[in-house]
Design a binder for this molecule. Structure first.
Ligand SMILES: CC(C)(COP(=O)(O)OP(=O)(O)OC[C@H]1O[C@@H](n2cnc3c(N)ncnc32)[C@H](O)[C@@H]1OP(=O)(O)O)[C@@H](O)C(=O)NCCC(=O)NCCS
Length: 185
């Protein structure tokens, strides 16, 4: 991991300045909502409820980890992790999402830094692993994989991906935090 100072990871030498990956604070909440709504808006697979689901997760106490990427005082990225269940897997599993990077900062590794920041925290707390629904082209390079052994409703198993942290490969139906479960197809 990059340098750790006072519980914050400072990713120095970043493209346009100093990037900070840190937990959200109450002052960030409205900016995170705006970032999430804006990042998902042009996406054909988005249902427009991602920002609302995030706020609901926070209200439900399901926002286990919420990290922002901050550059020069601006929030340019965000990732959420919440508890998930897998019918035939043991241990504590978590779902990754939603994840958003501001359009002008996409494809520069920030989504990866956010995901890895959260995964490191999950690993430290003994999590079995993490699951998500998403495109393999985006999450494969972050370390996620799928062998088709996970299902979620009627979705193509190829987009139900996982990463092992302290466990073995999972199998079964995935149930996400209720705010996400209600919005997923
Ligand atoms: C998805 C998202 C969070 C990724 O963040 P990012 O900072 O752009 O991602 P990274 O730069 O860390 O890239 C990670 C990998 O995904 C790939 N990738 C990123 N955007 C992609 C796209 N639109 N299509 C295909 N691959 C993509 C990158 O090429 C990279 O792979 P590589 O290392 O082999 O080059 C960001 O693009 C985003 O906010 N999108 C809009 C909201 C959204 O769709 N969220 C996720 C829903 S599944």
């Amino acid at each position: 991991m990059p340098g750790v100072a006072a519980g914050r990871e400072i990713l120095s030498g970043w493209h346009r300045g100093q990037m900070l990956i840190r937990p959200e604070t109450p002052a960030d909440i409205r900016r995170i909502r705006r970032l999430t709504d804006t990042a998902f808006a042009p996406m054909p697979y988005a249902d427009g409820n991602e920002g609302a689901a995030l706020d609901q997760m926070r209200k439900d106490g399901d926002l286990t980890i919420s990290l922002v990427a901050e550059e020069n005082g601006e929030i340019i990225g965000h990732v959420a992790f919440s508890p998930a269940q897998i019918s035939e897997a043991s241990g504590d599993w978590y779902g990754l999402g939603p994840i958003s990077v501001r359009a002008d900062w996409q494809n520069q590794g920030i989504g990866t830094k956010l995901a890895h920041g959260g995964l490191e925290r999950l690993r430290t707390r003994g999590a079995a692993g993490c699951v998500l629904i998403g495109r393999p082209a985006v999450y494969g390079p972050m370390g996620f994989t799928s062998e088709g052994n996970l299902s979620h409703k009627s979705l193509d198993p190829a987009i139900i991906q996982y990463i092992i942290l302290n466990s073995t490969a999972p199998k079964g139906e995935v149930t996400f935090a209720s705010a996400l479960q209600e919005t997923s197809p």
